[in-house]
Design a protein around this ligand. Structure first.
Ligand code: 4NP
Length: 150
């Protein structure tokens, strides 16, 4: 499986999603590729936001090897599933993708809360939001492992 996590800046939510899923992939000894990207390019080349680094570290996950990048057209060919963190990211990705690639794009919280259309809230302006984001993504990534491992 090749899975891409996407948010707006690729510094807060999708780096956490990438780090959490990679840790579960490692624990389950799966041969998966996991990456992340942003729909916007303001933070290209940057480390994840320090608040994401800290909450990941609290749960034993190091995400300091990650650097922000922007989504590119080849991502839609290369990856099997592309998870958007919120409905705005989802709509942006659907606009960038070719019609036949759109079925690869999913809202990540649909994995743990099917049918709910729940977004992972953007924690950029909320120092206290990172813990909740971590927990939501941890639940969703657990379901991703269960759903796609076989
Ligand atoms: P992310 O959060 O999409 O979870 O990485 C944001 C990061 C940066 C900005 C917005 C959201 N920004 O406006 O720079």
């Amino acid at each position: 499986m090749k899975i891409l996590m996407v948010c707006l800046g690729n510094i807060c939510r999708s780096p956490l999603a990438e780090g959490i899923l990679k840790e579960k992939v490692r624990k389950h000894k799966l041969d998966w590729q996991v990456d992340s990207a942003g729909t916007g390019g303001w933070h290209i080349g940057s480390l994840p936001d320090n608040r994401s680094i800290q909450v990941a570290k609290k749960y034993g996950i190091d995400i300091t090897d990650q650097r922000a990048r922007k989504i590119r057209s080849t991502d839609f060919e290369e990856f099997d599933v592309i998870f958007a963190m919120d409905t705005s990211n989802y709509n942006d990705l659907c606009r960038y993708a070719l019609a036949e690639e759109r079925e690869k794009i999913k809202l990540i919280m649909e994995e743990s809360k099917p049918g709910s259309k729940v977004s992972v809230p953007d924690p950029y302006w909320d120092d206290n939001g990172f813990e909740q984001v971590f927990k939501m993504l941890d639940e969703a990534c657990e379901q991703i492992i269960e759903r796609y491992r076989n």
